[in-house]
Design a protein around this ligand. Structure first.
Ligand code: ASP
Length: 287
């Protein structure tokens, strides 16, 4: 059994046309399905899917990132495997185009889980990752495109992927520029293991939304823990999002379990997302 879900953020706004993103997500999901069918590992698939979403410039992550209040691009990312609970993350990383690949290097090449700020950039340089030479030229798309929002509203965007591979392994990855107009140094839920990104033997979860709320309920891990106690994956996901909504927050998540069940709920105007389970159709939607 293989299954996968990806998201391009719960910041989708009613009335906007996301045809390009919907087609792109379907294409990325199709490539991932082809890889999974020939035995690709869940960790490689979530890394490659999130890297492809980052590189597209269509979502508020990687090339599509939005700047912080000081005009700088500080990016967050994390990934985690379910079968052995390995994880890696970067927070407030500047100048590197694929935060998820740097997060993977943190996981595989250091004894640490999370590197932040200058230390994360230094690590990326030492590991040979190519830096963005001209941020003004590189960061061109979604961040500025979508940034017409009322001040103080925590408008946001993110990308993520969760996956079950043919060997029964689960993995999750998430990457973001965070919320629009964030203060320098602000870190959201995305790179915090358990809050925005989580995988264990039962479920893999990637969140999107106003990270401040997702942190306060440790959202991604909560979904997996509730599911592990017998609650259906969709009921567990809905319960966590309802709690966030009850606190005044908005967002959504994608989750897959070890049986290949997928759910993609959101409590926001929309959430760009695509998914499939087994040999089922790939569905790609924004609302
Ligand atoms: N959760 C992300 C953050 O707060 C933003 C998003 O998902 O749109 O940094």
């Amino acid at each position: 059994m293989i299954a996968l879900a990806l998201h391009g953020g719960a910041g989708a706004k009613a009335g906007r046309d996301y045809t390009t993103e919907i087609e792109h997500m379907a294409e990325v999901a199709a490539q991932a399905r082809a890889a999974l069918r020939v035995g690709a590992a869940a960790l490689d698939v979530v890394t490659d899917v999130v890297a492809a979403l980052e590189a597209s410039g269509l979502y508020v992550a990687g090339k599509g990132a939005s700047p912080n209040a000081a005009g700088h691009y500080e990016l967050d990312a994390a990934l985690m495997t379910g079968h052995d609970q390995q994880c890696g993350a970067v927070a407030a990383l500047m100048d590197y185009p694929s935060p998820v690949r740097v997060a993977r290097a943190v996981m595989e090449r250091t004894p640490h889980v999370l590197l932040a700020g200058d230390g994360a950039s230094l690590f990326a340089a030492e590991q040979g990752f190519e830096a963005v030479s001209d941020p003004d030229h590189y960061f061109t798309r979604a961040g500025r495109f979508e940034s017409n929002h009322p001040p103080g509203t925590l408008a946001h965007g993110t990308v993520g992927c969760v996956c079950l591979d043919a060997q029964g392994r689960l993995a999750a990855a998430t990457s973001t520029a965070g919320v629009f107009g964030k203060l320098p140094g602000r870190v959201g839920d995305t790179p915090l293991i358990g809050a925005g990104t989580w995988a264990d033997a039962n479920a893999a979860v990637s969140c999107t939304g106003q990270g401040e709320y997702f942190i306060r309920v440790n959202a991604a891990a909560q979904v997996a823990f509730r599911h592990a106690t017998g609650e259906a994956l969709s009921a567990a996901s809905d319960a966590v999002l309802a709690r966030i909504a009850g606190m005044g927050g908005e967002g959504g998540l994608i989750a897959v379990n070890a049986r290949g069940e997928v759910c993609v709920p959101f409590r926001s105007q929309g959430m760009k997302r695509a998914w499939f389970s087994g040999d089922g159709e790939i569905v790609s939607e924004a609302f």
